[in-house]
Design a protein around this ligand. Structure first.
Ligand code: AMP
Ligand code: TRP
Length: 349
């Protein structure tokens, strides 16, 4: 079934409600890739704690992201679903890669600048090193493909740089041990689909985000039908009629966002949607979009809630996934330690 040597890895942080951006930008891609690749889908709890998390909330959110994965169609039998903190290889490899990555590279990360804000001195060291842990997540499995939303592109490029620097820094030891020169294959980002950047419903120039203070800006996977419909009806628009052609969406961020969301949720093209709604008022598009959104999202919300009633079941899935993930990562981590020259007991070499 899977292509030789191709492995998909991606992660989602358990830091609050999953929203339509996560669903369209990431989770639907995760589901599609299951048909063609061996996949690991990780709830990245170690990333979450780069900003303070209430412990009870972290536990709940970790289970909830897992439940949403399963409810969306991720198959934890054929593929691997786990939480990051249960596989120590992530944290250990992150340390090794912290010593490969350069401060100058991390200083360029725009997400750190956004998240740290003005008070940079007070951000956690973990928040700064966040992208190195992400590289470790990916490289611990020698993953080849990483589906993410547009906002993670820069982090993926950094992961590639770290992989390449490791491969050159340790080229001699890698060759001596008989490994391929690409000890860590530079991972390919998969930023694809019609909605790699879903925008806020209140401001078409800002991305939909769980940190937006206005709940009206996003559709949460846990929202009920009335809430979804209400948020779409209240979504910001511009005063003009909808265009009949895709070209007419240029410089109209709110219109493009609503049409893009409609296209992604319905599997129709933007052109087809505009053929139907072009020339008319936003309200007609919004009514139809609300119906599609309710049809697609409410069953996922309901199934997530049902799974959340049995936390032990979720925890068993996660720990079984972690054991399977460890079985892949441990030999790669051991080979990494050997290449770097760390001493260990002779019988294990
Ligand atoms: P996070 O919740 O930050 O861990 O993000 C999980 C995944 O959702 C990542 O692949 C993000 O790139 C993706 N994502 C987050 N927000 C959006 C958005 N507004 N549009 C598209 N993808 C997004
Ligand atoms: N940083 C990603 C986000 O916020 C989550 C993430 C952590 C991730 N590790 C990863 C994504 C590895 C892809 C691969 O969206």
């Amino acid at each position: 079934m899977a292509e030789a040597k191709s492995r998909v890895f991606s992660g989602v942080q358990p830091t609050g409600n999953l929203h339509l951006g996560n669903y369209l930008g990431a989770i639907t891609r995760f589901v599609e890739l299951q048909d063609t690749h061996d996949c690991l889908y990780c709830v990245v709890d170690l990333h979450a704690v780069t900003v303070w998390q209430d412990p009870d909330e972290l536990t709940r959110n970790t289970r909830e992201v897992t439940a949403a994965f399963l409810a969306s169609g991720i198959d934890a039998e054929t593929h691997i679903v786990f939480n990051q903190s249960q596989v120590p290889a992530h944290a250990e490899l992150a340390w090794l890669l912290n010593c490969v990555a350069r401060i100058g590279w991390l200083n360029r990360m725009t997400q750190f600048k956004e998240k740290a804000g003005k008070n940079r001195e007070n951000a956690s060291v973990g928040l700064f090193a966040y992208p190195v842990l992400m590289a470790a997540d990916i490289l611990a499995y020698r993953s080849t493909h990483v589906p993410v939303g547009e906002d993670q592109k820069q982090h993926l490029e950094l992961s590639r740089d770290i992989a390449q620097k490791f491969n050159t820094d340790f080229a001699r030891a890698i060759a001596r041990a008989g490994h391929e020169a690409e000890f860590f294959p530079p991972p390919e980002p998969l930023i694809m689909g019609p909605a790699t950047r879903v925008m806020s419903l209140r401001d078409g120039t800002r991305k939909m985000s769980k940190s937006d203070p206005s709940d009206l800006s996003r559709i949460n996977l846990s929202d009920d039908a009335d809430t979804i419909a209400k948020k779409i009806r209240r979504a910001k628009t511009d005063p003009n009629a909808l265009p009949s052609e895709v070209e007419g969406l240029a410089a109209r961020p709110e219109a493009s966002n609503l049409v893009g969301i409609f296209a992604a949720l319905s599997g129709r093209s933007a052109g087809d949607i505009l053929k139907q709604f072009g020339g008319g008022p936003f309200s007609r598009l919004k009514d139809a979009l609300a119906d599609v959104a309710v049809d697609v999202l409410t069953p996922i919300g309901a199934e997530t809630a049902r799974l959340m009633d049995d936390p032990d079941h979720i925890d068993r899935i996660l720990s079984r996934g972690a054991a399977r993930a460890s079985a892949i990562a441990t030999p790669i981590l051991e080979a990494t330690r050997d290449v770097m020259g760390f001493v260990r007991a002779p019988h294990r070499r």
